[in-house]
Design a protein around this ligand. Sequence first.
Ligand code: GDP
Ligand code: IMO
Ligand code: MG
Length: 433
Amino acid sequence: MDSQSGRIERLNRVVVGLQWGDEGKGKVVDLLSQNADVVARFQGGNNAGHTIVIGDVQVILHLVPSGIFHPGKICVIGNGVVLDPYVFMDELKTVSEFGVDYTDRIFISAATNLILPYHRLADGIEESGRGKNGLGTTQRGIGPAYQDKVQRIGIRLADIFSDARLHDKLETQKRLKSPWLDRLPDDKKIDFEKIYSDLVGLRDVFRPMMTDVSKLLDDAHRAGMVILYEGAQGAMLDVDLGTYPYATSSNTTVGGALTGLGIGPRMIDEVVGIVKAYTTRVGAGPFPTELDDDVGKRLREIGGEYGAVTRRPRRTGWLDLVQLRHACRINGVDKIALTKLDVLDTFDEIKVATHYHCQGEKLETLPTDLCLLSECIPDYTVFAGWKTSTAGITSYDDLPQGAREYMDYICRELDVKLLLLSTGPARDHTVLV
Ligand code: GDP
Ligand code: IMO
Ligand code: MG
């Protein structure tokens, strides 16, 4: 166990990304898992790539909660998640190769919708159909699987245990999707027989994992266990409150934890927002502080900003307080974890957007119509760079004055407290405040 972890209070925390994803949720959840008993994913699917670094080893998790590397911790996947059983099986293999024993430790809601091969195919077809308005999805079938859920034709985990129900539901899929399934070229045709037999073949794997997650969490809570709720993506990708349509298909904000797990609000003590010290975005959509220049390139190279799922280069830009004010409000954020501060170490100056100019108005919060974000021009405040290494620093007192001023300013402007500061990818590259 990390030497500092005893200093983190045992609370039921929700961890959510406050930007466009990839803020460092995996690292922070792995770290906070040490002071929790249960770690629960509540939305998204394998569009998520959560990186954990243990010693010299890097692991990227897509579905399994980021607490899995702590022996004995219970890992839960809620009904709000869309689960690709093929990807999940691969991930079980990966964690086993790292010496993890997951027996009796992973539990999945009976109501979790499955991502099946036709969803992945539909993701590609829909994306090309959008033409120049493409979203740049991860092509993992996320959107189409959530469409089926809302259309009430999704195949849920519990369905694989009934021959008749599974057969019937796959027939419905075939019927309703026939307009495009029938037009697929022979080499792309979906083999429904194979999907049926694959799912039946996975019953033994899923039987011990399938449960009533809501009840499991309630029982754990009543027994005094501490629960850590792990969000995926980030606030600006929330399907309701983000930069729609350039968003994902789930509620990435705090409400998603309630509906995605079947819990009440009193099972959450603290909302922790993860903020990267600058901004990145993968995929299409407005990004007011984007840097399309050498500074942006340096942020990408120093920060290793390449997608953990698709390896696409991430778009980069300065920190944006206007965007973050929105993200803090829609999540009711109590504290933030500021990550990747070390990436800024060599910059001569560091900028932070404080407000926007949009259609002749000065804005401190996002425009009412978020589509106007593409027309917003940010105004910046400029900090002198601290120009010394913060990489791996673990104590507040060792931080350069400039770095302290930068983080104090962010917390003041957002009216939040700082839970921790991350100065490197590993667990112990952390300053607990
Ligand atoms: P997530 O999706 O929010 O879990 O974030 P990702 O794993 O997709 O991307 C975060 C990347 O930054 C990963 O490669 C992490 O190993 C790395 N990382 C996390 N925290 C820090 C940090 O404080 N400093 C540096 N340099 N890298 C970090
Ligand atoms: P984590 O959990 C960053 C983006 C995609 C695309 C949009 C819609 O690692 O932070 P989707 O496949 O969800 O339909 O794609 O959302 N996106 C992410 N960007 N981090 C993620 O997850 C993301 N998950 C989806 O790039 O723009
Ligand atoms: Mg990621």
